[in-house]
Design a protein around this ligand. Sequence first.
Ligand code: GLU
Length: 287
Amino acid sequence: MTYCGRFAPSPTGLLHFGSLVAAVGSWLCARHADGRWLLRMEDIDPPREAPGSAQAILAALPAFGLVADAPPLFQSQRRDAYDAAFEQLRAADRVFPCWCSRAQLAAEGGMHRDGRCIAPPEPDRPPAWRLRVPDVTIAFDDALQGPQRQNLRDEAGDFVIRRVEGYYAYQLACVVDDAFQGVTEVVRGNDLLDSTPRQIWLQQCLGLPTPAYRHLPLALDARGHKLSKSDQAHPLDSAEPLPALRRALAFLDVHTAAGAHSPAALLGAALEHFDPARLPHLAARAL
Ligand code: GLU
């Protein structure tokens, strides 16, 4: 099977150093395997979107030498596929409507369990939809973070797959699209390690294949906080891509030649010495 990797940013701000690391890491793994590298714009959460950031991210990537093998997939255009997955889960009685408020949920320890809503149905108000999660332990081997186990009932509970506003949740959209794009290995930041068991469970519920997973160390700022697009702490200058690209490669312990004068040349040189097994086996790392 041909390797297929992807980079799947959310358009909540401009490309920042943490997302560049995920983009570069996934690109290197795909190119090393002579595989495909695809893009997916995770624009399924309009309230959290920063206007213009989807186009800005897509314009910045080639400036950093990161060119995908196909046009990007936009999740905002994938509603029919998510509807179909939702109907498949509903037909199998794996979802239930939920009218709980945050306060009601907090009173229950912040988690739904046992496949029922604790609030009475409110037929006049649209519900959120949750997946019924049984007492199941999901185990998988992450290529960098090692063996993982999570009991879904204890640690995730019955999680939301369609929100009150009608938007599909990241977990559902991600699983449907990783399968649709034929992704064989997911390389992304370690902040998503604990979403992976929920995604594997959804794959099993929907009869979709489970890709391999490789979670890269999370980039932390000087105060030990995750860099995020929304705080804009570390926006990247795509007019001056080489310094940030060198920092991203150094962050991933990838050896680079000193003399490369373009992003493509720098990435090409990095690829010559690249070995995915030698990426840092760390949960997080300061910049
Ligand atoms: N869209 C997510 C983010 O930007 C990443 C999703 C993924 O790689 O699975 O954090």
